[in-house]
Design a protein around this ligand. Structure first.
Ligand SMILES: *[C@@H]1O[C@H](CO)[C@@H](O)[C@H](O)[C@H]1NC(C)=O
Ligand SMILES: *[C@@H]1O[C@H](CO)[C@@H](O)[C@H](O)[C@H]1NC(C)=O
Ligand SMILES: *[C@@H]1O[C@H](CO)[C@@H](O)[C@H](O)[C@H]1NC(C)=O
Ligand SMILES: *[C@@H]1O[C@H](CO)[C@@H](O)[C@H](O)[C@H]1NC(C)=O
Ligand SMILES: *[C@@H]1O[C@H](CO)[C@@H](O)[C@H](O)[C@H]1NC(C)=O
Ligand SMILES: *[C@@H]1O[C@H](CO)[C@@H](O)[C@H](O)[C@H]1NC(C)=O
Ligand SMILES: *[C@@H]1O[C@H](CO)[C@@H](O)[C@H](O)[C@H]1NC(C)=O
Ligand SMILES: *[C@@H]1O[C@H](CO)[C@@H](O)[C@H](O)[C@H]1NC(C)=O
Length: 803
């Protein structure tokens, strides 16, 4: 037939025609007598209803096997409305037979019984597929001994009623017909309810919707004009869905879908020639959906809610729920998003001698809640209190902070997650700051010898207690090579790579950078190139070529470089080695994949507020280390966003520290060649005043303002002249109590105004003209943490004016 067509048809249409031809020839419009059977195979025959609207037979489901089913057979979708073996697909060659003794049995090709119709009385004479979509086994007198309508799966059709104890069970997913996560049942008391289910245990959990017909409900009715209601014993009805649908014009079905929502669908029987735009040839859901918002209507103590554990549910534009994972989490199975999410990081340790509070941060999710997972709550608290309480508690997976000052701590697994504008408050979900850059590399640990311990000893004197414990543990393990004993902790903390500073030859570095080919950046004193160390599995490095070096003795250079090399802090870029040959002075650093803070802040869209806060914190900690915690005090002299680099996990790492000394600039006196960058340079550089660590505090203040506002310290291209200098503009806004002007449309920062104000005040203290008024970095950190009050700062330039 196809070959006779004059013109080639699109292959899909051809296929459709062929399919129609096949199924037409296979349909048999008659009663099926005893001994009739159907076999599972592609293009196999089926039993059609007299009108041809429904067919019964085998349908192939993906590659999983065949379903013995009833479907709409006049539409291309062949939508399945009933199945015998939904939990147990059968292979090709399986057979369903109406046996000569009146049994109706499905057997696999080996003859094993898979399913059987439960017929309680003998006397079946024939089977028939009816035009209503009901498959019946009947006696000679057409008394029905078995009906598919009495055992609906997930769908009901018009005229199909559900009696007390009857139910629909949703399928597992759109294409998996197995028993799923939700059910619709008319309970013995006559109440019609929707319930979540435990798929593994095959039991129902809690109810998330009810018809409120307990005591009166008698059956659920879906009539031909499209009304769905619960009929009461006394004849009254409780309407569930009252659309008026014309049976002549539309196919209809009502289904409890795999997402837990009960929907009534219609499909036009034919294209409406008179108005082809009015009804598309597709299943269209009619309102109302039951429940109207499954994300917020499910809330259960046992069970995960509408979506899986640790996920949250949000209604999409089409009113369908979507299951999403919070930041820091990923789907357990990306092909089955209802299974829930898992954390992408190792949980916080509860070992009190290893407090991990600083290794975590809280990510804000507005309008989100996990209402049933709380284990503790506290009233009349500030958001900072709430944050600290959760960060310091290893059981706390997330906190919910409500505007009325209530702080809820949530435990694992998070359940009943939802994001909805009606939620109010905000969720603060705890995520580990990934310290992946601190994994000990194999090469490093192999090189370790006993000298490591001695070297570590010297650094211990100057590092924080917490870090020391970790270092000691790491060194201990590295030296004694407890290969079989690898606690989690060891993999995340340094084994002091910096202590083995390598001396490279110039040739080696030339080769590593491919002849100084790829430039990463350059300044007045140096140019930085990207390279890869062949000797270290092609490890990427940044090679800094000092091009303007003051003639300097060999020993002096080495002493300075090793001073830099002795620094070790997670917020500093680690020095790996150097080269000092003839005129060539080069230093080799670890390579920072995410580039500089300048790119991060000013390169396009405004980055996340809490990530920015973490960066400000990290930078402050790195500076504190340089100023107060490392063996020789280091004044950076050039703090600016270009010198703060970011690693894979967005941890800020200060670079270029120690260069001031290396470049032989006198740090304590005014000098002609100012190291530092316009806009970030403290005023004392220009005056005859000693240069102290407070120059870095000044630059940090400017940097903090840039981080808050995501704007450069100086911008010529602004509408209002008053806004050109960021520090001035910020002080004006602060004075006029209009800090929101600084934030653009930064919703997250806006919802955290108290912190914004505190940080602005800290920054204003940092940029005081009088260096003695500026706080130390230690004080800055205490104020940022909220550990000490921030006093009202004076006008930064008042000192200037008073001179
Ligand atoms: C099916 O069999 C019953 C009883 O024998 C008979 O009444 C009915 O008309 C038959 N239907 C068809 C379509 O043959
Ligand atoms: C359908 O989902 C169930 C439950 O997860 C699973 O056991 C079964 O293998 C799935 N069936 C198919 C055909 O994927
Ligand atoms: C078959 O149906 C009878 C009566 O409805 C019921 O009591 C029995 O439990 C059913 N058997 C099975 C295996 O479902
Ligand atoms: C279906 O139910 C509605 C509401 O009770 C009623 O108005 C309508 O007439 C019924 N339709 C049929 C075909 O019984
Ligand atoms: C039927 O029962 C319901 C509740 O029990 C009641 O509200 C209603 O008035 C009754 N209707 C009739 C017709 O008796
Ligand atoms: C077809 O269109 C006409 C005119 O718009 C409308 O009255 C009728 O209900 C439509 N029928 C179907 C099946 O959509
Ligand atoms: C077709 O239907 C659309 C909206 O459903 C209506 O605006 C338009 O007037 C109709 N056209 C005809 C020819 O009925
Ligand atoms: C806690 O950490 C300390 C220090 O690493 C260790 O000695 C101790 O065994 C740990 N305690 C537990 C219960 O794991």
């Amino acid at each position: 037939m196809a070959l006779a067509l004059p013109n080639p048809l699109p292959s899909s249409l051809l296929l459709l025609l062929l399919m129609m031809a096949c199924s037409t020839s296979a349909q048999t419009y008659r009663n099926q007598s005893l001994g009739s059977s159907l076999t599972a195979q592609d293009g196999g025959s089926s039993w059609a209803s007299p009108s041809g609207d429904f067919s019964f037979g085998f349908q192939r489901i993906g590659n999983g096997g065949y379903l013995l089913a009833i479907w709409f057979s006049q539409i291309p979708e062949k939508t399945i409305v009933w199945a015998a073996n939904r939990n147990n697909l059968v292979p090709r060659g399986s057979k369903v037979e109406l046996t000569t003794d009146g049994q109706f049995v499905l057997n696999d090709p080996e003859g094993k019984e898979i399913w059987r119709a439960n017929i309680t009385r003998s006397g079946v004479a024939y089977a028939a597929m009816l035009d209503s979509g009901n498959l019946v086994l009947a006696t000679q007198n057409s008394v029905y001994l078995w009906e598919s309508f009495n055992l609906p799966t997930d769908t009901i059709l018009p005229t199909n009623t559900i009696g007390r104890l009857g139910k629909l069970v949703a399928r597992y997913s759109e294409t998996n017909y197995s028993n799923g996560r939700f059910q619709f049942s008319l309970k013995s008391d006559g109440n019609l309810v929707l319930q979540t289910r435990d798929v593994i245990l095959d039991t129902a959990n809690s109810e998330y919707w009810s018809s409120e017909t307990a005591g009166s409900g008698f059956q659920v009715v879906f009539n031909e004009s499209g009304s769905i209601y619960v009929a009461a014993v006394n004849g009254s009805i409780k309407m569930i869905s009252s659309n008026a649908v014309s049976m002549q014009d539309f196919y209809q079905r009502a289904i409890l879908e795999y997402d837990g929502v009960f929907r009534h669908y219609v499909y036009p029987r034919r294209l409406n020639i008179s108005n082809s735009t009015s009804s598309p040839l597709a299943w269209t859901p009619l309102s109302p959906f039951i429940p109207s918002n499954i994300c917020t209507d499910t809330s259960e103590r046992i069970g995960s809610g509408a979506c899986g554990f640790n996920s949250y549910c949000q209604l999409g534009d089409n009113q369908r729920p979507r299951c999403l994972c919070p930041e820091g989490y990923a789907y357990i199975d990306p092909d089955d998003v209802w299974k829930g999410c898992k954390a992408n990081f190792i949980q916080q340790s509860c070992n009190e001698s290893l407090p991990e509070k600083d290794l975590f941060y809280l990510h804000t999710m507005l309008e989100t809640n996990w209402p049933e997972s709380d284990y503790e709550h506290s009233e009349g608290q500030t958001e900072d209190w709430c944050r600290n309480a959760c960060l310091g508690d290893c059981f706390c997976a997330a906190a919910i902070y409500a505007d009325d000052g209530v702080c809820w701590k949530k435990k694992f697994p998070l359940s009943n997650g939802r994001k909805d504008p009606k939620q109010g408050g905000k969720a603060l979900i705890k995520i580990r700051k990934d310290d992946s850059t601190f994994k000990p590399s194999d090469a490093d640990s192999k090189k370790k010898d006993r000298s490591t311990l001695i070297l570590i000893g010297s650094v211990l004197l100057s590092s924080s207690v917490f870090f020391n414990i970790l270092l000691l543990l790491a060194a201990f393990l590295a030296v004694f090579r407890f290969d079989y004993f690898k606690p989690k902790v060891v993999q995340r903390y340094p084994v002091m790579p910096g202590m083995n500073l390598r001396s490279f030859t110039y040739e080696e570095l030339k080769k590593a950078t491919d002849g100084f080919k790829e430039e990463l950046g350059h300044g007045a004193f140096a140019t930085v190139f990207k390279g890869a160390l062949e000797s270290d599995h092609g490890k990427p490095v940044a090679v800094k070529k000092l091009n303007n070096i003051v003639t300097q003795g060999d020993l002096e250079f080495k002493a300075e470089v090793s001073a830099i090399g002795r620094t070790n802090h997670k917020n500093l870029v680690q020095l790996l080695g150097f080269s000092n040959e003839g005129q060539h002075r080069l230093i080799v650093y670890e390579f920072m994949s995410r580039g500089s803070l300048a790119n991060f802040l000013f390169g396009g869209s405004r980055p996340n507020w809490y990530q920015r806060i973490q960066i400000a914190f990290g930078t402050a900690r790195g500076l504190l280390y340089l100023h107060e915690e490392c063996s020789t005090q280091i004044i950076h002299c050039d703090i600016k966003p270009q010198n703060i680099l970011l690693d894979d996990s967005l941890t800020p790492r200060i670079s270029d520290f120690g260069l001031a000394k290396l470049l032989k600039t006198d740090q304590t006196r005014t000098m002609t060649g100012i190291r530092g960058t316009k806009g970030y340079v403290a005023p004392e550089w220009f005056r005859n005043m000693p240069v102290t660590v407070k120059v870095d505090v000044y630059s940090f203040g400017i940097l903090l303002l840039e981080i808050i506002c995501c704007r450069k310290s100086f911008e010529a291209d602004v509408q209002n002249e008053d806004q050109m200098i960021l520090a001035d503009w910020v002080y004006d806004c602060y004075k006029e109590r209009k800090l929101d002007l600084l934030l653009g449309n930064d919703e997250e920062a806006m919802s955290d105004m108290k912190r914004v104000e505190r940080y602005v005040m800290i920054a204003i203290w940092c940029i005081q003209e009088d260096p003695s008024l500026r706080p130390t970095m230690k004080k800055v950190i205490q104020m940022m943490e909220g550990a000490v009050e921030v006093p009202v700062p004076p006008d930064p330039s008042s000192f200037n004016r008073s001179i």
